[in-house]
Design a protein around this ligand. Structure first.
Ligand SMILES: [Zn+2]
Length: 347
């Protein structure tokens, strides 16, 4: 008879017993696990009505014309797509200093709102609100004509006119049927201006406000700029997007936007900023936290899988689950169509 050996490990060392079965592993999830309704699918809408253009730097994604939109989205809605965010891509419209094309009745997102509300009445429609795709200078606000000594080649933003103009555009989208407006411009004061604009228009109870509160000046936006044709014509956006090291100013932006009337707080990009997602969830605990797995993050995950470094589905789950673990309950992701399939399968 073999002698019983006293274990060398301490009882508190044993963790494997709690994770050996798939259900046990699910029980270990802090908070929520991924569901279809957490995903918002970003859609690029061209002003060429028949467009179905491949975006080479953003694998699997296209710019869609109005005539193609219903056919593209119908199978996804059938699979359980709950929500999209629309980005207008004016390829032919004239651009001016105030971004007049943003809320022109013929602008692609307004046309798409009319079309999608009829075709898919249950689909939740969010519209990105920004001027940079529509301005001749490619910046997200109204520029000052004053010189900018000490910051040559950088724009000076006129703060209040920019917030007012952004609010006008947001109200136009709400009037056209947007269930949610999401300003990505990062202009100071625009959340309050939009909320007041919605209230004056009698739409504040019919249109939610999701603030891109903590949007960092990231190197991960390249494929999006290709997709939306929104690179600035001079300077960069560092005077209004947050510095990547700036945790404290991100915390201030989150608290400011919560106080200015945001319904949802967004952090962008997601994966390199999980600490900020966690900050948002704690600083504004009564506002659900969203995060944007941006174009470059998505393209990185896809590229690594193509190189055989990991399995695409496994890494798509791992990256998005890390966002949920950090505190996000809403995820803007180009993987949304795949997740509609994956979430029906056994992992
Ligand atoms: Zn912009």
């Amino acid at each position: 008879m073999s002698e019983f050996k006293a274990p060398q490990l301490d009882v508190s060392s044993i963790l494997h017993g709690g994770i050996h079965h798939p259900t046990l592993r699910e029980w270990q999830a802090n908070g929520r696990t991924l569901t279809k309704s957490m995903f918002i699918y970003p859609i690029f809408i061209s002003d060429d009505p028949d467009a179905e253009e491949v975006i080479s730097s953003l694998p699997g994604q296209k710019r869609w014309g109005l005539n193609k939109l219903e056919g593209f989205l119908a199978p996804l809605v059938k699979k359980g797509l709950k929500s999209v965010i629309l980005f207008g891509v004016p390829m032919k419209m004239e651009k001016d200093a105030r971004g007049s094309a943003a809320d022109d009745p013929s602008t692609p997102v307004i046309q798409a709102l009319h079309l999608l509300s009829k075709a898919f009445p249950q689909l939740m429609l969010t519209v990105d609100v920004c001027l940079c795709e529509y301005t001749s200078h490619g910046h997200c606000g109204i520029l000052s004509s004053l010189p900018n000594p000490g910051h040559s080649n950088q724009p000076t933003i006129e703060m209040e006119p920019s917030a007012q103009r952004i609010a006008e555009v947001a109200v136009a989208y709400a009037k056209a049927g947007a269930h949610c407006v999401a300003p990505s411009d990062m202009m100071d004061g625009r959340i309050r201006a939009i909320k007041l604009g919605l209230m004056h228009a009698g739409l504040a109870n019919r249109c939610a406000l999701m603030s891109y509160s903590a949007k960092f000046a990231s190197g991960l936006y390249g494929p999006f700029r290709d997709a939306a044709g929104s690179a600035p014509s001079f300077g960069n956006r560092k005077c209004y997007q947050l510095p990547p090291q700036g945790r404290s100013i991100a915390r201030r932006a989150i608290q400011r936007d919560a106080n200015e009337g945001a319904d949802f707080i967004m952090v962008k990009p997601a994966l390199p900023y999980l600490d900020i997602i966690s900050d948002a969830a704690r600083l504004a605990p009564d506002l659900p936290t969203a995060c944007y797995q941006v174009s470059g993050e998505y393209a990185m995950v896809v590229a690594g899988a193509e190189k055989g470094i990991y399995d695409l589905k496994e890494m798509a789950f791992e990256t998005t689950e890390s966002m949920v673990r950090a505190g996000a309950s809403i995820i803007l992701s180009y993987f949304t169509p795949q997740f509609l399939d994956w979430l029906d399968e056994e992992k």
